[in-house]
Ligand binder design. Structure first.
Ligand code: SAM
Length: 276
């Protein structure tokens, strides 16, 4: 990728390729990259404050905007329900299950969680266990996978939605692309990915502490293209503290979204035209 960027210590990179060569350019470096990433989270307390980097106060606006986005996407994609089939979601890089318990479990009959850090996943398992108010015959967490995204392939056509929030920055570009390409088999017909991530103003920002990168919107779009994914809807997160990165939600489909056809006269009326 020809996009330039910087790291959290202010160092500049001419291109993402230069940064990736340095950080994960051979098998040993790549192993170290992922070891550092997971190692960072292994030292973090299993709490909302922990998984949100000390910003527990963003939990509420985050969930509210995610809920509005999810409701809109579900009502458009599945206007007549899904013919008695259970709705199933996968929560990727789920941490302690914050997104599942505050959102996904209410809208899906089954939710699977994937998280490489075992003390986070165990905390999620406890909160979502049979007997808790978050577990019923109609809405329950089913599978808890303790693996990283770069090593995961979902079961064929299990999911209506694969939710990827605040974790894809841990993946190198190549693993990002191969994850989404593999994960497409896990979507039911009409299913989609939701990616909710921090957005860099330009290029990328490498975080030297937790070994993750924050990509720009352009960077994400370039990678989605390489994955063969199409943007169905996007929305900006609102109401976060000023000092934080902007956050965007992307709903992504494997098929090209249908265009809304406008009448010719309306299109013409609404755009600048040369006076003849
Ligand atoms: C900022 S927390 C977000 C957790 C959760 N998505 C949320 O929004 O509450 C980042 C999570 O990504 C996980 N993670 C780190 N490396 C990962 C990888 N290679 N694959 C999947 N998840 C990873 C961390 O263990 C951590 O739980």
């Amino acid at each position: 990728m020809e996009i330039g960027g910087s790291d959290s210590d202010g160092r500049e990179f001419k291109s993402a390729d230069e940064m990736w060569r340095e950080q994960a350019g051979d098998p040993d470096k790549k192993t170290q990259w992922y070891r550092h990433g997971v190692g960072y989270w292994e030292g973090v307390e299993a709490s909302v404050d922990g998984v949100l980097g000390g910003y527990a106060n963003v939990n509420e606006p985050d969930i509210n905007d995610s809920e509005a986005f999810l409701k809109m996407v579900l009502s458009e994609r599945f206007p007549n329900g899904v013919n008695d089939q259970p709705l199933v979601a996968l929560d990727c890089g789920s941490g302690i299950g914050r997104v599942t318990k505050n959102l996904l479990i209410q809208y899906f009959n089954e939710v699977d969680l994937l998280e490489p850090v075992s003390h986070f996943l165990e905390a999620a398992r406890e909160t979502l266990a049979p007997g808790s108010h978050l577990h019923s015959d109609m809405h329950k967490a089913v599978n808890f996978y303790c693996v990283p995204l770069q090593d995961f392939t979902p079961d064929t056509q299990r999911y209506d939605v694969i939710w990827v929030q605040w974790c894809i920055g841990h993946l190198t570009d190549d693993d990002f692309v191969s994850f989404f390409r593999r994960a497409k088999v896990g979507l039911k017909p009409g299913g989609l990915f939701v990616v909710k991530e921090n957005i860099a103003r330009n290029g990328f920002v490498l975080d030297n502490e937790d070994r993750s990168i924050t990509r720009s919107d352009l960077y994400f779009k370039e990678l989605f293209g390489r994955c063969g994914l199409h943007i169905y809807k996007t929305k900006d997160q609102k109401g976060f503290p000023q000092e934080l990165f902007a956050v965007k939600m992307y709903a992504l489909t494997t098929e090209v979204p249908k265009k809304v056809h406008r009448t010719r006269s309306k299109v013409r009326a609404n755009r600048p035209r040369i006076i003849k």
